[in-house]
Design a protein around this ligand. Structure first.
Ligand SMILES: [Zn+2]
Length: 476
């Protein structure tokens, strides 16, 4: 027979086991293993890496400003360390509110407007919780100073010994042609990756920046970037930026990946009028469009009405800009073909979301296959990046010299006969000097000398000179 003490001990053991069972049951199954951060011009994105799906809620507190993130069914797997410089965040703390609920508190310099969403696992990452901290408009920094006007960009002289060419002064009110350059992917979306860890998002941003620098060096042109750092912009956000900046052309820069590591070569895409023109193009369009989900899930303004309206506009005015897209695409492609092998000899067409601006000619340049080890190391080399950027900027210039939008400086140049289409013949008149002829045709004296194998500047009346094509890339 059991004594009272014995019974009590048995009861304690039973209760203990019961309690243990409850505790085991209640321990959070999901771990929060790390946090990553990206700062964009108007928001800060936090991405929490999780071992499984969670429920969550986000709210703000004031005086002092804080953001609270409650992650249900989770506990901390590792300390949350992240560099918060240049963000509104001053500190990040966490505590287990209940055995199953983790609370993360973010201390802020100023109030923010949060948006949050969960992401399912993809090829690179597992489950994630994304929290975007949007700067409040009142706090927003003043817009950055406009790109330096062309006059302040130092010209690269054609030859160091010759005086700079004097282009005719631009008449007042003649605007620049605006080229919006879009570096694909960014932030949480790394794009394709190379065997040595090269990431598409980094390589294409470098090429985009170099292309911007070169286009800004061409008189009558101005280049703007959709993203200027390592953060994500949804695909439709990119075309919106292009429209807000008044783009005459949209150029999206990417690097390919293919299931076969042997695939190589650059390609240029324009939007297809009726779906993709090849299986490869369709496969590619799918994988590029898929990245929109990374931003799209949290973007509440992306609704069906926008899509439908875009579809209607597309039908109305796509044809004209598609013709331009194919034209500029072909010029860029033939320039690229001089610096790197081509994947396809002609401009391909596919249903890339980012090309769906009905009113802005748009092309997508796949600069090479980052999945190919040889091309991946080329793409990461600054000399090759410069060559690719030169191909893009040259193709863009050639297109607009033939098709300048009305009201632009380039249109004015063409209409006043100041755009040379290529080498011409000039017959020397009495009183003309080589320097005068050079100025008249907007080329350097050295170029005239070299085109005619002249050893001195002495000319004979009636002599025929070959005038080389002038280079509008050279600035005053
Ligand atoms: Zn891409």
């Amino acid at each position: 027979m059991m004594g009272l003490g014995m019974r009590f001990r048995a009861l304690v053991a039973a209760v203990g086991m019961l309690f243990l069972a409850v505790t085991v049951d209640a321990v959070a199954e999901t771990k929060v293993n790390s946090v990553r951060l990206w700062r964009a011009p108007d928001n800060t994105r936090l991405v929490f890496d999780l071992t499984g799906p969670v429920q969550h809620s986000v709210f703000t507190l004031s005086a002092p400003d804080r953001l609270v993130i409650d992650i249900n069914g989770a506990s901390l797997g590792a300390p949350l360390n992240v560099n918060t410089s240049n963000t509104p965040i001053t500190a990040m703390r966490s505590a287990q509110r209940t055995p199953t609920d983790l609370r993360v508190v973010i201390d802020l310099k100023k109030a923010v407007t949060p948006k949050s969403f969960s992401l399912a696992p993809n090829a690179q990452y597992g489950n994630r919780l994304v929290v975007d901290l949007f700067d409040n408009p009142a706090d927003a920094a003043p817009p950055p100073a406009p790109t330096p006007s062309v006059a302040t960009v130092p010209a690269v002289p054609v030859t160091p010994t010759e005086p700079a060419i004097k282009l005719p002064p631009a008449p007042a009110g003649k605007r620049d042609i605006i080229v919006v350059i879009d570096a694909g992917h960014g932030g949480e979306d790394p794009g394709a990756s190379g065997s040595r860890g090269q990431r598409e998002k980094d390589v294409v941003l470098q090429i985009a920046r170099e292309t911007q620098r070169q286009v800004n060096g061409m008189k009558g042109f101005r280049a703007e970037l959709t993203r200027t750092g390592d953060y994500f912009i949804p695909l439709r956000g990119r075309t919106e930026i292009a429209r807000k900046k008044g783009a005459d052309l949209f150029v999206s820069i990417h690097a390919d990946a293919a299931p076969s590591a042997a695939a190589f070569g650059a390609s240029v895409f324009a939007l297809s009028d009726r779906g993709a023109t090849s299986e490869t193009a369709r496969w590619l369009a799918d994988s590029e469009n898929r990245s929109d989900l990374i931003g799209g899930a949290g973007n509440v303004s992306l609704d069906d009405k926008d899509r439908m309206l875009a579809g209607v506009l597309l039908d109305l005015s796509m044809t004209a800009s598609l013709t331009s897209s194919l034209n500029v695409g072909q010029k860029v492609l033939s320039n690229i073909g001089r610096v790197t092998p081509l994947h396809k000899q002609r401009v391909e067409q596919a249903g890339f979301m980012v090309l769906k601006s009905p009113d802005i000619p748009s092309i997508l340049v796949e600069t090479g296959f980052i999945s190919n080890a040889n091309e991946a190391s080329k793409l990461a080399a600054s000399s090759h990046q410069q060559a690719l950027a030169r191909s893009i900027s040259s193709g863009v210039r050639q297109f607009f010299q033939q098709n300048p939008p009305p009201g632009t400086y380039i249109a004015w140049l063409r209409d006043s006969g100041k755009i040379a289409q290529g080498p011409r013949d000039h017959r020397v008149s009495p009183g003309e000097t080589l320097a005068m002829i050079a100025v008249r045709y907007q080329v350097s004296p050295a170029a005239v000398r070299s085109a005619n194998n002249l050893s001195s500047d002495e000319l004979k009346i009636g002599q025929h000179l070959t005038i080389p094509g002038n280079d509008l890339a050279a600035k005053e």
